[in-house]
Design a protein around this ligand. Structure first.
Ligand SMILES: Nc1nc2c(ncn2[C@@H]2O[C@H](COP(=O)(O)OP(=O)(O)OP(=O)(O)O)[C@@H](O)[C@H]2O)c(=O)[nH]1
Ligand SMILES: [Mg+2]
Length: 370
């Protein structure tokens, strides 16, 4: 099991609180891979150190803490370069992970369907490919002679080709699965139902809302990235069927390779008529998290779709359904929204009514087959 010290940098433009919040999230991610963060350190710097991120003298302090706590890993709340990983690892003598490594680990452990497994492997290999050279420098020095390709370098070349070949193969396989899904989707499209996609930050309660809306038994858990595979369920508004899709959650500073490789899964989002944007309103970072999700929606090219915000977990802020009205009087948000509790089933009927109005607007305009 991973027993880790978490380390973050505080750069000039960052407040201590911002850094601590991000660290707290990182600790949640470490827990999601079955590990535990037993302590943290924050190093203030004007800019990151190129070879060790935190500066070599600070590594002494990290080492002390690692030894004092008997930790077997150090997790950095940053994306490290291969040479940084190598330098830090050789100084500390324990495993070094960065934010991307931890996220990849979670995704690999959680992926259930063949498609999700392939997508995560693709993201991981794409992340590793340009980083191979860093790992090799130590090996290639073994050759000794200038101007010759050492055995280390040849090894890297072989590994690089193998990875490229695997990437190619995975892309082909994903393409095959995609074709199959397209067929299934075509049938759904033909049926002329409203398609709603639930999007949002990880742990916001998307799957819980999916369950409240569709009564479908989905996996709900208080862990980050509980859902990795897109699931489609159905609900009814005035007897009319609507399709609802539950999707993978987003997180701040998601490795770009991951967003790229999950685009296929997120295709359901691009095809939706309406995005229901689920927000955990009991989390004091909710506004920031909305920004993070919006940025990713922009990346996958869907920011212009109609969005209905659903502020979930209102039961954590008010004690009864009747109190929601009082809360709303003090609450300001300029876009269309509904306050709900998926767990207590509060205002789910109101949400369905709101979806109904989109439904009407959508179908009054006619329908174009994709
Ligand atoms: N109090 C309260 N807790 C909720 C509510 N909705 C969800 N939760 C809890 O929040 C946690 C996350 O819920 P999920 O539905 O798994 O969240 P998600 O957005 O699907 O998360 P990922 O799939 O990990 O992205 C679980 O522990 C739920 O029980 C709610 O309305 N009220
Ligand atoms: Mg989920």
């Amino acid at each position: 099991m991973i027993k880790a010290i978490s380390v973050a940098l505080q750069l000039r433009h960052q407040t201590r609180n911002q850094v601590l919040e991000s660290l707290e999230e990182l600790e949640g991610l470490v827990e999601a891979i079955g590990g535990k963060s037993v302590g943290y350190l924050v190093k203030k710097r004007d800019f990151p150190d190129a070879s060790t991120l935190v500066g070599s003298s600070y590594l002494n302090l990290i080492k002390e803490l690692v030894e004092g706590t008997g930790s077997n890993a150090v997790v950095f709340d940053e994306f490290l370069s291969p040479s940084q990983v190598r330098n830090i690892e050789s100084f500390l003598g324990v495993s070094v992970l960065d934010r991307a490594n931890v996220v990849f680990e979670i995704f690999m452990a959680r992926a259930k369907t063949q498609q999700a497994k392939l997508q995560i492997e693709l993201a991981k290999l794409t992340y590793e490919l340009p980083r191979l050279y860093g790992v090799g420098t130590k090996l290639s020095r073994q050759s000794g002679k200038m101007g010759t390709r050492g055995p280390g370098e040849q090894l890297i070349e072989i590994k690089r080709r193998a990875i490229q070949k695997r990437i190619h193969k995975i892309k082909e396989e994903i393409e095959q699965i995609k074709k199959h899904h397209k067929e299934q989707r075509k049938n759904r499209l033909k049926t002329n139902y409203l398609k709603v996609a639930l999007v949002g930050y990880t742990n916001a309660g998307k799957s819980s809302l999916m369950k409240a809306l569709t009564k479908k038994n989905v996996f709900i858990s208080d862990m980050l990235f509980a859902t990795l595979d897109t699931k489609v369920g159905t609900s009814f508004v005035d007897g009319e069927k609507i399709f609802i899709t539950d999707t993978v959650g987003f997180i701040d500073r998601l490795p770009p390779e991951l967003v790229e490789s999950f685009k296929t899964t997120l295709e359901e989002v691009t095809l939706a008529d309406l995005l229901v944007f689920v927000v955990d309103i009991s989390d004091h970072r909710w506004l920031k998290k909305i920004d993070v999700v919006n940025k990713i929606l922009e990346d996958i090219g869907v920011k212009d779709k109609p969005i209905l915000y659903v502020f979930n977990k209102i039961d954590k802020l008010v004690s009864s359904k009747e109190d929601i009205l009082g809360f709303e009087k003090e609450f300001f948000f300029e876009k269309p929204y509904v306050l709900v509790s998926s767990e207590k089933d509060w205002n789910i009927d109101v949400l369905l009514e709101r979806i109904k109005s989109y439904y009407k607007a959508h179908f009054d305009l006619g329908y174009i087959y994709a």
